[in-house]
Design a protein around this ligand. Structure first.
Ligand code: LLP
Length: 397
């Protein structure tokens, strides 16, 4: 991805910063539209992955819907011209103010996670003399085989209505007159690389659909959530996720009823590979068993390694040419050393990678933390009173 002399582009920009390659984003969206379009599937972009205005404008231009998990995300989606009839609002703890905001904006659907939440939405809708479209978020008890912090579809997780409560909830919904049951919603987790998990989800959805059919309850929309993973280890050879295989799998295994619409809520697979966190080496220090490369970016700018022990490929851009390691005089590759690549924050968990192989690294070198376009900038913080990280775009620098 870093072809040409990328370093000269970054000259004069204060590090750390996020760099977004809009070409990669556009290519990803083109492929997504092509593959989902084959089956008439409708994709909502999960704003939680990246809610940068310029990124949202581009995503909106491909006519995706929006998947929001807070009142502010609903407002943001509307500000960025996502049409309310394509906005879904999920979340296990929606506040009254957030529900009211979504009702005022006439969004398409609330993905509801408990009976009590359904009752509250009904009350608030009644007060506004409105009807709220709702989908029941059902916990399908399917293992996503991903990191335990981003697994959501097991009974032990806080998300969704459990299968054993379904009958009670469905009976209650019938009596809540300001709600209209328009769909079923599922989401089993994030960064899912084992596509068999999605097949298991489809089979479970089919069973649940039968349950509703037996009770003669018509369901117009099936929302299968998001979760498609990306390749953090080899970003350059896998810049665009395999949407072809992913959507085909749902087409092959979901048993749909006539005129049923299928919805997806994808975040990471759309924005992860277009974003890179660019940082500078402040110091190189020798430890007991290792060298430390101390960066000016830390867990405040990219929290995933500290929070989930997540891997992000680390590259020393100052020692690269056209995406490859630079050669020394006489065509010898640069000597490789191991570094613990750490940030400046006063926490031992502020570490981007241990024993990372890098060409000899020195103060002032530019370091790229790849595949950071999803759950990167949005999860940044001002801990230690750090400045909020800025973003730059390939078409502007
Ligand atoms: N729908 C629901 C209900 C979700 O909870 C999520 C993500 C998505 C859709 C979008 O999933 P995606 O396509 O992006 O996998 N901060 C974590 C990821 C948390 C995901 C939360 N839910 C990380 O950095 O890995």
């Amino acid at each position: 991805m870093f072809t040409g002399n990328i370093i000269s582009k970054f000259k004069g920009i204060q590090t750390p910063f996020y760099y977004y390659d809009l070409e990669v984003l556009n290519q990803t969206l083109q492929k997504l539209k092509k593959e989902s379009g084959k089956y008439g599937f409708f994709v909502h972009y999960a704003l939680k992955a990246n809610a940068d205005n310029k990124i949202l404008d581009i995503i909106k231009s491909y006519n995706l819907g929006a998947d929001c998990v807070s009142g502010n995300e609903v407002k943001k989606a509307i500000e960025c011209n996502f049409s309310p009839e394509h906005i879904v609002f999920a979340g296990v703890g929606k506040s009254d103010a957030e529900i009211n905001c979504a009702l005022d904006n006439n969004i398409f659907c609330f993905n509801c996670e408990s009976l009590q939440e359904l009752e509250v939405i009904n009350d608030l809708a009644f007060k506004k003399n409105k009807n709220a479209g709702i989908a029941l978020r059902i916990n399908p008890n399917v293992n996503a085989n991903t990191h335990k912090y981003i697994t959501t579809g097991l009974e032990e997780n806080k998300f969704g209505i459990n299968l054993w409560e379904l009958a009670t909830v469905v009976n209650a919904v019938k009596k809540l007159k300001n709600l209209q049951l328009i769909g079923l919603h599922f989401h089993i987790g994030s960064q899912i690389m084992d596509l068999n998990s999605f097949k298991s989800l489809c089979l479970r959805v089919n069973e649940i659909q039968n349950w509703f059919a037996v009770r003669k309850i018509k369901i117009e929309n099936i929302n299968v959530g998001g979760g498609l993973g990306v390749n953090y280890h080899e970003p350059d050879t896998n810049l665009i996720p395999d949407f072809e295989v992913y959507f085909k799998l749902f087409n092959d295994f979901l048993e749909l009823r006539p005129r049923q619409k299928v919805h997806f809520e994808l975040g990471r697979s759309i924005t992860a590979q277009c974003g890179t966190l660019i940082s500078k080496v402040l110091y190189v220090k020798n430890g007991v068993n290792t060298n430390f490369a101390i960066l000016d970016a830390g867990m405040t700018e990219l929290m995933r390694p500290a929070l989930y022990q997540a891997y992000h490929k680390i590259e020393n851009l100052s020692k690269m040419e056209n995406g490859k390691l630079r050669m020394e005089n006489g065509n010898q590759p640069l000597a490789i050393q191991k570094y613990d690549v750490v940030g400046p924050i006063c926490e031992s968990s502020d570490c981007f990678g241990k024993a990372v192989s890098l060409p000899e690294t020195m103060r002032g070198d530019l370091i790229a933390l790849r595949t950071a376009g999803a759950y990167g900038e949005v999860m940044s913080s001002a801990y230690n009173l750090r400045d909020r990280v800025k973003a730059f775009y390939s078409n502007e620098i």
